[in-house]
Design a protein around this ligand. Sequence first.
Ligand code: RM4
Ligand code: MN
Length: 388
Amino acid sequence: MKAQEAALGTLKMQRIELPSWAFGNSGTRFKVFRQPGVPRDTVEKVNDAAQVHKFTGVAPTVALHIPWDKVDDWAGLVQHAADQGVGLGTINANTFQDDDYRLGSVCHPDARVRQKAVDHLLECIDIMDATGSRDLKLWFADGTNYPGQDDIRARQDRLAESLAIVYQRLGPNQRMVLEYKLFEPAFYTTDVPDWGTALVHCLTLGDKAKVVVDTGHHAPGTNIEFIVASLLRAGRLGGFDFNSRFYADDDLMVGAADPFQLFRIMFEVVKADALKPDAAVSYMLDQSHNIEPKIAGQIRSVMNVQEATAKALLVDGDALANAQRAGDVLGANAVFMDAYNTDVRPLLVAVRAALGLDEDPLAAFTRSGYADRVIRERVGGEQAGWGA
Ligand code: RM4
Ligand code: MN
């Protein structure tokens, strides 16, 4: 009972960040299915994100992607978000959708293109100044497709030089968070393919540089919780991009493909006491809802993170430590699995009650009529896609 009460307190304070692009149309490279009622601009994306927070109570910030979400009046957007009960979060840079970036951005062989990419990243920090955002998220599509295409080490040097310029520009309360990805769009080499490469660059840059773990960016079978534990130990875990994968960077709803993996990851987070706001680890979703409704898809994802967190919080730490010390392999595993196999849905109902929310966020959202209303209202104009 005590454990449940403690878990309830922590779950009430949990914070999950939503990606603006989850609310726009998205798809595969084969087809983008358009959905009615999809936002047409950043303001409408923020409105949709605010619905997720309204019904879950734990998703009060929305991450933006630049230039997709660029607006003329940042102060106006900050105010609009506040009026909806949310804030603006991480600023995600985009150096992958310009013809100049065919051979890369910050690692490009041509100094002119590298400068263009760096200028974009500096502009993102200007935007952070205006929005009050803490984190600049960097994911680079840089890499090569063919052996011999470019010099692997020289590309690392260019990356380090570019990152150093951007790092210097960060304000005292701003951070740079560097995301790695195994492959795609480059297939032979990727310039930031793994947490080792990301960490090496962050360690060289300084304390304000941290690594982002996108759960979809690993080879099949990778032990992601080991990476999380190692980065936490090094004080270099900046945050997560949560999603689910069956094959590669599937961007499916977090906790859908392998809820046990999400539990194992959240257990490492809980062990390191890294759920607290001052632990400065951000918990962001990075998903696209290609065939399912988007706001409901985000609500479901938030609930999945909450369930994994609740289970992780219920692991009996003393019993586990005792079993580990005694070398009791099966006993330790049983303690772990007991928590995973606990039905935490009643606990989350209690969390929602304590927050003054409906116990069933998805049903409450449906009942609110918001989805039907925006389908009626959002006619005309160009519906936002993941790239706009
Ligand atoms: C990348 C990566 C980034 C995201 C882009 C759209 O694969 O996950 O975080 O911003 O996709
Ligand atoms: Mn990501």
